[in-house]
Design a protein around this ligand. Structure first.
Ligand code: CMC
Length: 436
């Protein structure tokens, strides 16, 4: 028997079915709400709204569970590679050896960026933020490479490989050009992560020595960021994609959304905050107090999450990764001590306990990225490269979903009712001698 929720409105009873997911989550199917009752829902930030059914990522914010296609994040971080995880997210299953080999070959085949695009890079102001450069350049890809036409399997695979491979190359290019350095091209003999590190750090005067532990750590970092169900940037990709825009524009919208400090931009904002604490003497208490002050917009960056009401499972792995790399290179980063002190104090504080605010994935990621040599303004770009497989998988799922419609939310209008136009002469005289 189908369970229903009854809604009584103006003396009439309406029934709405309950639908459930594979993990027991339940939702009220309100698709008929407006048609039947004339009502809409009011849900700022869409915190109670399921916008789609998805088979990609499962997240339990109460228990701190994250799984991609059923596989726990802890297991993927330990055993998988970023390329394999990308394949899993996009295709739904782990690849066979042959499938993985073919996928890697495809990524290599599409790793170069059209030479004419270099001119674009070179003409951005030197102080341009790499996230702005990346989102513009991803939109520009549509003018250099074919748009999806039929949407057949092979065409989609090629377009996805093109995006996965070129976004990584473009990110490294943006960095090199911003420093006024020679661009390093991708190499077919290197893995996805090793290639990125080499493009970032190799130089004609000092060859970059690829370290297996750093390559492994980068794999883990990107696996942790690869998808997170209907987060702000993924929702942006789905929303923009729902207008049937080309895929490059939809992904570019995701990059722009990710840039915000409440989302992916938090990893840069955390380091800025930790540095401020360090430079002010290293005591996090005043910052905790500031974050609790209702009259101050300041928030503890890297703390809190819309879904997680306990520790973010990615944060635990990130923290370990951080220690591993810092120990390996014998780096004594004073910001790590500040972060640990801040975490210790904040999680014990009644304000953070009552609101269930815990460190999220961004809290330690900046310290890790600093340790492997990534400059601060590239932190969010690193998140974007990692999130790309998720955006692609979610975009594909939305395109294949027969229930996917143009995103067009409603609103509750609270502005003035109809009124008569007032001519400018009747709206009051200028108080200065200057004319408008
Ligand atoms: N510091 C202080 N207070 C906070 C914080 C924080 N970091 N986060 C939430 N709160 C308070 C907030 O003031 C509000 O208080 P009240 O109920 O008294 O008005 C309450 O907690 C709920 O906050 P909210 O903004 O309604 O919750 P949300 O689910 O909309 O926000 C969030 C989630 C991530 C935007 C928020 O926790 C935040 O701003 N955190 C800092 C930025 C950050 O670290 N972002 C990265 C998120 S994880 C990676 C990613 O998804 O990109």
């Amino acid at each position: 028997m189908v369970e229903v929720v009854k809604l009584e409105f103006k003396g009439k009873i309406y029934e709405f079915p309950i639908i459930s997911g594979t993990e027991g989550d339940m939702a009220i199917d309100i698709r008929g709400l407006r048609k039947k009752t004339g009502l809409i829902t009011y849900d700022p930030g869409l915190a109670n709204t399921g916008v789609c059914k998805s088979k990609i990522t499962y997240l339990d914010g109460e228990k701190g569970i994250l799984r991609y296609r059923g596989y726990p994040i802890e297991e993927l971080a330990e055993k998988s590679t970023f390329v394999e995880t990308a394949y899993l997210l996009i295709n739904g299953e782990l690849p066979t050896e042959e499938e993985l080999k073919n996928f890697s070959i495809k990524l290599n085949d599409h790793s170069l960026v059209h030479e004419d695009m270099r001119e674009f890079f070179e003409n951005f102001p030197r102080r341009a933020h790499p996230m702005g450069i990346l989102s513009s350049m991803v939109t520009a890809l549509r003018e250099f490479y074919p748009e999806l036409k039929e949407g057949g399997k092979e065409e989609i695979n090629t377009t996805f490989a093109r995006l996965l491979s070129k976004v990584r190359t473009m990110a490294a290019m943006a960095y090199k050009i911003s420093r006024g350095h020679k661009v390093v091209y991708p190499r077919h003999d290197l893995s996805y992560c090793a290639n990125f590190l080499n493009m970032m750090f190799d130089s004609p005067v000092k060859p970059y020595i690829i370290d297996d532990d750093v390559v492994r750590a980068l794999n883990v970092f990107w696996i942790l960021h690869a998808d997170h169900e209907q987060n702000c940037s993924t929702a942006a990709v789905r929303l923009v994609g729902s207008a049937k825009v080309n895929i490059y524009a939809a992904i570019s919208a995701g990059i722009s959304a990710l840039w915000g400090p409440l989302h992916g931009g938090a990893n840069q904002a955390v380091i800025e905050m930790l540095r401020e604490i360090y430079e002010s003497g290293g005591d996090p208490k005043p910052f905790i107090e500031k974050a609790k002050d209702k009259n101050n917009p300041f928030r503890l960056m890297g703390f809190g999450h819309r879904i997680y009401k306990t520790y973010d499972p990615r944060e635990k792995i990130m923290k370990k990764l951080c220690h591993k790399i810092l120990d390996k290179f014998k780096i004594d980063d004073p910001l790590l001590d500040v972060a640990k002190k801040l975490e210790e104090l904040a999680v014990k504080d009644p304000y953070f306990q009552e609101k269930r605010l815990y460190p999220n994935v961004d809290f330690y990621s900046g310290i890790f990225l600093r340790a492997i040599g990534i400059p601060e303004n590239m932190f969010t770009v690193m998140f974007a490269i990692g999130r790309l497989p998720g955006w692609l998988a979610q975009w594909k799922e939305s395109m294949e979903d027969p229930h996917n419609r143009l995103y067009r939310p409603r609103q509750l209008y609270i502005g003035p009712s109809e009124r008569k136009y007032i001519s400018i002469e009747k709206r009051g005289k200028l108080t200065t001698t200057e004319s408008a």
